[in-house]
Design a protein around this ligand. Sequence first.
Ligand SMILES: Cc1ncc(COP(=O)(O)O)c(C=O)c1O
Length: 391
Amino acid sequence: MKQLFTSQKNIIYLNSGSLSLTPLQTIKAVQKFEEEYENNPTAHLFRSWLDLWEVQKKVASHFQADPKQFFFRSNVTQPLNEFILGAPLPPGSEILTTNQEYGAIFNICQYRVQTDGLKLRTVEFPKKIEFQNLTEKSLIDLIVSAFRPETKMLVLSHIYTGHGLILPIFEICKEARKRGITTIIDGAHTPGAFPLDFRQFSDVDYFAGNLHKWWMGPKGTAFGWVNPLRNNDLKPLQAGWTTFESYPPFNELAEGSRFAQKMFMLGCQNFSPFYALEETLNFWESQKTENILGRLKTLGHHLVSEMNRADFSRFGANDLRLHGPLYTFEIPLKLQNRPYHELMLKILNETQVQVAIVILEEKLHLRLAPHIYNTKEEITGAVSRLKQFFR
Ligand SMILES: Cc1ncc(COP(=O)(O)O)c(C=O)c1O
């Protein structure tokens, strides 16, 4: 498997939670498209959007989604802005979210409530001790019991950045739908870490996923998905060629769907990372989704058992089935008094292991996120170096 990726020089890469490595065949495809484009940028530009629609159809179908409800963006922050700022909310209503969301996405919620004079309320997750005993049922109860009549929008991560916990979003969104609450799911970590199938999403209103994390797509690739029930509600934040009836090639996009055209990624840009998604798709099809997800689990369980043996205390639910491929551990008190990025760099310099440092309950924690290009031997080696470092 390792030979399918760029070989890491002198480091063990254990932070696929921020960005994964991309298979060599995809990197080569990006380069090939860039070179071809340079041969005649004008000729390429005018067919770019129709070519992009062809890729959109393939990637959407891979996730069993209707391509007309699916649109590309460069990262997940973009569609989440479009959803949180663009979905309608009546005066006096409340956005409900949690204290575990990714900071940038929490800020979008804050921006919406400040702009429109609304309220923002956060559900507090239990502290470490009770956190360990979380179950699917207790997670559903935690969120659903926080709904109030004024709650009109719910913004939740599917897989949490801090500790990898997976929320049972389908059950939660079903309860929200019954109460007329609009649901927006931050799926930054979902594609490639979870068997994503949009046929299960009938109760979800809006979803955004990254392709450059666990799905191993080129850097700068992500998508948004909108439930067809919401096509007339969402107010696009940007306008361009397709906002009104247009002429070729724009009116030929997406089989004429006005919604898909309005949400399409328009304007001149670097199209190569998106064209190269087809190569990532080939990678998933040749390596088989179930094998990749199985390997993620095997490596994760190996990591957790090695970290246990090295006496690291994990922050997370005891039931590993509730977790995606990110695993988080406590850090000794003596290392708490420095900024997180300095500690990350110090660990890299002294151990040659690339980790992430995250903040949970106001303390720095160590987050490790292996992917299929890591080996069990590497993980064992990394754990022994980390043990030495934290001693
Ligand atoms: C849960 C979550 N949401 C959103 C993001 C933002 O992703 P991006 O920078 O690709 O938009 C991240 C990035 O780590 C994340 O973990």
